[in-house]
Design a protein around this ligand. Structure first.
Ligand code: ATP
Length: 220
């Protein structure tokens, strides 16, 4: 279903979110106080406007509260990012995603009501690091402080040509396999216990981060 998004701040992060949303057919209002940035996105976003988001009247006249989702992608000006997040929630925006510069910034954004806080540099750094230190982990996403989801390639012959039931990852590692990616086959979502794991399959596993790491170590 088509949703409406407003993005405040067209730095690298905001611009990338904007372009991707438009490519997937969503309606996007792009807002930035910098006229050059707005001109750059005039033909990409559904609408692009020059406005200072710290000006509450400006946000109200843009009808910010009517958007399904507002993304606050202001980076360096932490004070502005916090204030705009607070105003968006006070106006009644249902879903506000805000970009944090650091841990303290993230905490404050959560306190003032952001529904989702992203920390792109840190998150991407973690994902790249996991990919670098393990030849099996293709991608990795921390879901919370304790839980992760990881894409793990199966190259260890001990895990090949055996069913999920035989591998028993839930009992042995506390991991659930949510999907299997296999070359030339449609993604196998929620595989059944009798699904056979093949060489070079990619398993999407979810579980405690320590267990994901333990599983990865055993496969190395
Ligand atoms: P990125 O890492 O995504 O490139 P950044 O973290 O360096 O961005 P900034 O460049 O500080 O973040 O801000 C992103 C954009 O937000 C800029 O284009 C800036 O003009 C815009 N911006 C900052 N404050 C406001 C504001 N109060 N109202 C509207 N736009 C703003």
């Amino acid at each position: 279903m088509k949703q409406s998004f407003a993005i405040i701040g067209l730095g690298r992060f905001g611009a990338s979110v904007c372009t991707t949303l438009v490519e997937t057919g969503q309606e996007v209002l792009a807002i930035d106080r910098d006229e050059d940035r707005v001109n750059e996105y005039m033909d990409i976003a559904t609408h692009a406007v020059v406005a200072n988001a710290e000006d509450e009247m400006a946000l109200r006249s843009l009808g910010l509260r009517n958007f399904d989702h507002v993304i606050i992608a202001i980076g360096e000006d932490i004070q502005a990012s916090i204030l705009v997040t607070l105003m968006a929630k006070e106006m009644g925006v249902k879903r506000v995603t805000a970009k944090a510069q650091n841990l303290y910034h993230a905490k404050v954004l959560e306190k003032v009501g952001a529904d989702h806080v992203v920390h792109p540099e840190r998150d991407m750094g973690e994902r790249v690091a996991h990919h670098l230190i393990s030849k099996n982990i293709l991608d990795y996403l921390e879901l919370s402080e304790e839980y992760s989801i990881a894409e793990i390639r199966i190259e260890n012959h001990k895990f090949v040509d055996r069913t999920l039931l035989e591998l028993n990852l839930r009992q042995r590692f506390g991991l659930n396999v949510v999907a299997i990616k296999r070359e030339g086959v449609k993604l196998i979502v929620s595989p059944s216990a009798d699904e056979m794991v093949r060489l070079n399959d990619t398993l999407f596993v979810i579980g405690e981060t320590v267990d994901v790491e333990r599983f990865d170590e055993i496969m190395n």
